[in-house]
Design a protein. Structure first.
Length: 360
């Protein structure tokens, strides 16, 4: 049997070759006319093998149907090939779209995905962090603005080695050292509010999420900045919490409908709340947008089929998911060598039929 010039291998690679299924890998080596160690190197470290040799081995693998024992390979590399995604709610339509992007990228990179839903509180903060520290998962994608980890996990020493990437959300100070992918929420909220102003609205209210949410704060900041720039006042009671849910938005809308100076337009911090607002406004015998205009945020899959179709800020949810997963892979593979700078993706104002000029 001919032997490739690179067949002198470290003992570790030779050991890896021995761990693989003997019959199958021997058959691949025989068909490719190379050593077993070279086949192992083609699978584990292809960059160390010549292109000609790689082609021969790949052709032999196709002929034999050989499949490496990926679990054993993971153990040898000290990895699980599993990443955890921490998100507020699995049922949120926006996060469903983000997860499609994450899963597509994870599949392409050979990773499995597990999900931890923070609303369910099935694990404590320290338990989630301990999973990562103890190598039960290779990395974490955090789709939440507040850290679910204990202070010990996010200590200065741990930050240098934890593969964590933040997606979608504004990053809190304790997570600022980790890479992130998100839109400019302040600019997006400002654009949404400015669109209402451009249509002639002056009495513009906002239905936001929880006051503790950094994401809510950014979107509220953008709304207030646009109102201030247009020299428009915001009356007490025009900024109300809607809990980011349809039910919460309906309650918030009732408060706005009963306000002494009822607004002519409402900017909502997400589309679910915008849908709740529309429903509640109709229950008062009013019409959207003839009586009150509504703008949402996220452009979830229901936005274009609401009655009326919803004007909203569109986030590239699947693209964010893909970018977050690929950044996590680079973080896992390159460690401290990977960039930690935030990645800002573009948003877009999608104009539909939920906004009109204010009634005379």
């Amino acid at each position: 049997m001919k032997q490739d010039l690179n067949d002198t291998v470290p003992q570790q690679e030779a050991a890896e070759a021995e761990d693989m299924p003997d019959v199958s890998i021997k058959e691949v080596a025989r068909l490719a006319d190379v050593s077993i160690a070279t086949v192992s190197r083609c699978i584990n470290n292809p960059e160390k093998v010549t292109a000609k040799t790689r082609l021969k081995v790949q052709d032999a693998i196709r002929q034999t149907g050989y499949s490496p024992n990926t679990l054993a390979q993971s153990f040898r590399r000290g990895r699980t090939n599993i990443v955890m995604v921490v998100l507020p709610s699995v049922g949120d339509p926006f996060f469903t779209a983000v997860m499609r992007g994450i899963r597509a990228a994870a599949k392409a990179k050979g990773y499995s995905v597990v999900i931890e839903e923070t609303q369910l509180n099935t694990m404590t903060a320290d338990e989630i962090g301990a999973m990562l520290v103890s190598n039960q998962t290779d990395g974490i994608i955090l789709l939440a603005s507040m850290s679910p980890f204990g202070t010990e996990v996010l200590s200065a020493k741990s930050k240098r080695r934890l593969p964590i990437v933040i997606g979608c959300e504004t990053v809190s100070p304790d997570l600022a050292d980790f890479p992130s992918v998100h839109i400019d929420n302040i600019a997006a909220a400002k654009e949404a509010t400015n669109y209402l102003i451009s249509q002639g609205h002056q009495r513009i209210a906002m239905v936001c999420g929880q006051a503790s949410s950094l994401l809510t704060k950014d979107r509220e900041f953008g709304y207030r900045a646009a109102m201030k720039q247009a020299d428009l006042s915001i009356e007490d009671g025009w900024v109300v919490e809607g809990d980011l849910t349809i039910a919460g938005a309906r309650k918030a809308t009732r408060n706005l409908m009963n306000h002494g100076n009822r607004p002519t337009a409402i900017f909502c911090a997400n589309d679910e709340m915008a849908i709740g607002c529309i429903h509640e406004i109709k229950s008062y015998g009013l019409r959207v947008p003839r009586d009150i205009s509504i703008v949402g945020f996220d452009d979830i899959r229901y936005a274009e089929v609401t009655d009326p179709p919803l004007t909203t800020i569109s986030q590239p949810a699947e693209e964010i998911g893909e970018r977050v997963m690929y950044r996590l892979c680079r973080r896992i593979e390159a460690g401290n060598g990977a960039s930690s700078s935030p990645e800002i993706v573009p948003h877009k104002l999608v104009i539909r039929q939920s906004v009109a000029k204010p009634a005379s």
